[in-house]
Design a protein around this ligand. Structure first.
Ligand SMILES: NC(=O)c1ccc[n+]([C@@H]2O[C@H](COP(=O)([O-])OP(=O)(O)OC[C@H]3O[C@@H](n4cnc5c(N)ncnc54)[C@H](OP(=O)(O)O)[C@@H]3O)[C@@H](O)[C@H]2O)c1
Length: 265
């Protein structure tokens, strides 16, 4: 058991909920940000409390003050942060062709999917750097090769794969891929490692509206592993990285897409 603290944005629903369950089961204390009112998520929180220690803060990732409050409440409750999982994200409200995409939709998606995680990572990284590093010093023990903090971004195959009817989403996830590399390079010296977990098509509320389309693509063999991805598949990848076993890797992308990223002729 790890007894560490993880911040998981959007940790009460879909992929985020699976990540919360998994990390709680691995001994993490979990702090969740979501837009839902506390009364709405209380039944989910009750389930999570059966596994471990959970804090929920209602708030909007796109709002500066809400991100700051999320950080401060987490530190007040748990005293430290070991892992940030930037999971919360939205699809466009309407799937419109690139030539019809509105500025309002662009702003909404970019603020929640890119600006929010970027500036949350900034304040969390600063907080992590203020925490004592138990492995620091001239006689660094072998375990000092392990990360002292970690940020995992939940990206998307849309970082590299275009969908002309949700361009703003593709742009936001492409930006998140760059954000992963920027933070990885900036924080490597301080042994805060940064990764992107890149899901394909995962069975959640986000994909419910396009179920028939994805059913067809799976049937046609577009995904070498011929099934829908499940939130648990993504949670398993997050837990694997969070274990800290990769001591000489940062800035990497872990695809969780059934092999969709493999180019074929
Ligand atoms: N499903 C897929 O096929 C798929 C594929 C690739 C990548 N992803 C990515 O995986 C992540 C999770 O997606 P999902 O499928 O689990 O989506 P989902 O079921 O729609 O859940 C989205 C989560 O994000 C939270 N959220 C949305 N807007 C927020 C905001 N402004 N502030 C704080 N929290 C907010 C929601 O919390 P509330 O309910 O409280 O609002 C919810 O927990 C997203 O980043 C998504 O882009 C998903």
């Amino acid at each position: 058991m790890s007894n560490k603290t993880a911040m998981i944005t959007g940790g009460c629903r879909g992929i985020g909920l699976a990540i919360s369950r998994k990390l709680l089961a691995e001994g993490y204390q979990v702090s969740i940000l979501g837009t839902a009112r506390i009364e709405k998520v209380e039944p989910v929180l009750d389930q999570l409390r059966q596994i471990g220690n959970v804090l929920y803060l209602p708030g909007n990732l796109a709002i500066t003050g809400d991100r700051q409050a999320y950080l401060e409440s987490t530190l007040t409750r748990f005293g430290q942060i070991d892992l940030l999982v930037n999971n919360a994200g939205v699809a466009p409200d309407q799937r419109l062709d690139l030539l019809e995409m509105s500025e309002a939709s662009y702003d909404r998606v970019m603020e929640i999917n890119l600006k929010g995680p970027l500036f949350l990572s900034q304040i969390v990284a600063r907080a992590m750097l203020q925490q004592p590093d138990p492995a620091a010093g001239p006689d660094m023990p072998p375990q000092s090769r392990r990360p002292r903090g970690m940020i995992i971004n939940i990206g998307s195959v849309s970082a590299e794969t275009i969908s002309l009817n949700r361009s703003e989403y593709c742009l936001s996830k492409n930006g998140m891929a760059m954000m992963t590399r920027l933070f990885a390079a900036r924080l490597a010296d301080q042994r805060i490692f940064v990764y992107e977990v890149r899901p394909g098509i995962i069975d959640t509320d986000m994909t419910a509206g396009a179920r028939a389309k994805y059913d067809d693509l799976i049937e046609l063999g577009e995904f070498p592993i011929r099934r829908w991805g499940q939130p648990q598949d993504v949670a398993d990848a997050v837990a694997l990285l969070a274990s800290g076993g990769l001591s000489y890797s940062t800035g990497d992308v872990l695809n969780v897409d059934g092999g969709f990223h493999i180019r074929r002729l």
